[in-house]
Ligand binder design. Sequence first.
Ligand code: NAD
Length: 473
Amino acid sequence: MRREQLYIGGEWVEPNGEGEIEVINPATEEIIGSVPVGNSIDVENAVSAAKSAFESWSQSSIADRMKILNDLSAALKENTEELAQTITAEVGTPIGYSRMAMVGTPRVVSRSYAKILEGFEWEHEVRNTLIVKEPVGVCAFITPWNFPLHQIIGKIAPAIAAGCTMILKPSKEAPLNAFLLAEILHEIGLPAGVFNLISGHGSEVGEVLSGHPDVDMVSFTGSTSAGVRVSQAAAPTVKRVTLELGGKSANVILDDADVIRAAKSAIGACFQNSGQTCSALTRLIIPNSHKEEIIEIVSARVNGYTSGNPLDDSTRCGPMVSAKQQQSVISYIQSGIEEGAKLIAGGEGMPDGCNSGFFVRPTAFSDVTPDMKIWQEEIFGPVLTITTYDTEEEALVLANDSIYGLSGGVWGSNERALAFAKKMRTGQVSINGGPFNISAPFGGYKQSGNGRELGMEGLEEFLEIKAIQRPIE
Ligand code: NAD
């Protein structure tokens, strides 16, 4: 899986940048491939290709865009196994989850935008004014490694639907799936220049794209710190910036909930994709009246959570994406112990049976207090933190006690849970385990970001609005 060229203007071209970025399989620590390091000249070429292509693509028919989106969805389905194996090799995601979430979700998201286009209202009238929606222009996409293809499709599908052209810079850890995607987009006949791919460093390719005067919008998914850098680089050209950033989401069990079901489900909600999920429900807030019962369930389940080879169908927790990420998660576990939280499962060291690979032990802490680092900071690994409350008001204060506001959960009788969900300062809330919906907007309050992805709201992000005033007769 050695890639030596970039995809610009509908062709595979030699990069101007020097060197390569090695891709490491986190389960085996082996180098499995490499991608080129693009530079600012490559950015210039890609932006120019996207700008030229915008003229005709922005005028393309809705039927043409729908065909591309449906063909993309079909091609993702056809290539599921290759894409899933690639993502498992890059990220370490258990293979079943890769097939379902890493490839299956993007397939459905792509199709959903063809569906949205079927009935989309591009124009409407307000008295003497015709209000017209138009594509925003050339877009730059900067994406992370944890759900790499999902995060890419969450941007390119609505951008294609809107009539925008684009340049993608995927993450350094998991870029190979983006190269497969470029091949797919080429094969299904996306016109040259509509989609361009440059691999490379965020500090160079990412920042140059963000500041480029011919880029009309930058859509970024990743850490809050890099999101701030992107916003700063974008500010002088006053471009549109959407940010999907980190999270530290609360999962609240009210005292009239089915606590057994809620406690069982809390593990998966925190540990999906080995805990490397921005919307993971990492802070479990439970009533003192049910503390012992819930902790017993959580502790038993976390201790029984199987870690190991992601290609083994029985594995639920794969490795962390990199040695750096593994070290970071371990230091959070150490910090939890040092700050006096009670370790109820897991801990430092490798899971049983794992001698190599960037693994950590699925871990849970109870008696966590809001002043602790493990309560406040995004760990991005399989570490669940639990705290207790006496009154519902206290539970709400705890739930909202975060600089982030990406996701959340609440368990209780339906009406009470809904009322509680409405008071949570966060972009999504699941009530009683309500599942993720690819047609519902996804995005953050507070330092979890700006803007929304997915569904109709995700399309609107890629549109400008023009008001054409007509004489009043
Ligand atoms: P990251 O911020 O390190 O990298 C994300 C992307 O930004 C990469 O492509 C990287 O090369 C690029 N980048 C880095 N520095 C940059 C700079 N100065 N200018 C421009 N681009 C730059 O994040 P990561 O480690 O890949 O992903 C993990 C983080 O992403 C977590 O914090 C997680 O919560 C967040 N995330 C958020 C969402 C969401 O939808 N809200 C989804 C997934 C991940």
